[in-house]
Design a protein around this ligand. Structure first.
Ligand code: F6R
Length: 240
């Protein structure tokens, strides 16, 4: 894993955007996978700006969603689908045929799992932008998860259930999520794990100082060459 601390979020964003655009120039039909939530927003905003000014052409790429809460759909503010659509997919004018994301309201979750596994089998993942949870979760691969897992339905940890309230307007009681598995993320051609802001400083330090353990899921990326762990000065404040 390559670790880099940037002085500003802006510099970090430019590095990631450069990485993404180079991949798409080389492979216009690349599969890009994005976490939702606060972390990737500045990257998405920069890509939207570049699309509007005609600097990039993402008309052939495919977008793969990373995860979703079970029990909510795109109509619920705070669902991953809602955030991805409103923050990125709509402003980027992606067509439905370019998008594969989870439906948290699906009646048949086995089918939801199977379809995402099939998508990855067919197309692979060229690039993935990940955030990190306060407990080190990746996607919704929670502490204690199986690093060999493919797409799976998980029980949300207590930490995640507390933290997730920040996304929702109303009080909501959700206990499960669906997520790409760590084994699939580890096989992606490029992985960027991004952390910004003071509140991520403790977990960033913990990931870098602990051995590889599923108890801190982000640590499973530590021995992987293709992974970049990029943080801003605040998230990296306990590190040189
Ligand atoms: C969301 C996801 C999560 C978040 C993580 C950090 O799709 O995969 O792992 O990336 O919980 O969330 P934020 O960015 O809101 O701090």
């Amino acid at each position: 894993m390559q670790f880099e601390k940037f002085e500003s979020v802006g510099q970090l964003v430019e590095k990631i955007v450069k990485n993404i655009t180079e991949i798409v120039v080389k492979k216009p039909e690349a599969v890009l996978c994005f976490a939702c939530g606060e972390t990737p927003r500045p990257v998405m905003n920069r890509l939207i700006q570049m699309k509007k000014s005609g600097e990039i052409n993402f008309s052939k790429i495919k977008i793969l969603g990373l995860d979703e809460w079970i029990g909510v759909g795109r109509e619920t503010t705070g669902s991953c689908a809602q955030m991805l659509y409103d923050d990125f997919l709509i402003p980027m004018d992606f067509r439905p045929d370019q998008i594969h994301i989870f439906n948290g309201l699906a009646a048949n979750l086995d089918l939801e799992v199977e379809q995402a596994n099939q998508f990855i089998k067919d197309y692979g993942i060229d690039f993935v932008l990940l955030g990190i949870g306060m407990n080190g979760h990746i996607g919704l691969n929670e502490p204690g998860c199986d690093p060999m897992a493919k797409v799976n339905v998980i029980s949300l940890s207590e930490t995640t259930r507390k933290v997730m309230t920040k996304y929702f307007n109303d009080t909501i009681f959700l206990t499960q999520g669906i997520t790409l598995g760590l084994s699939q993320l580890l096989k992606a051609n490029h992985v960027v794990l991004m952390a910004v802001g003071e509140r991520k400083a403790e977990i960033v330090k913990r990931v870098l100082n602990s051995d590889v353990t599923p108890d801190v899921p982000a640590t499973v990326f530590k021995n992987k060459e293709k992974v970049c762990f990029f943080v801003d000065a605040e998230a990296g404040q306990f590190l040189k």
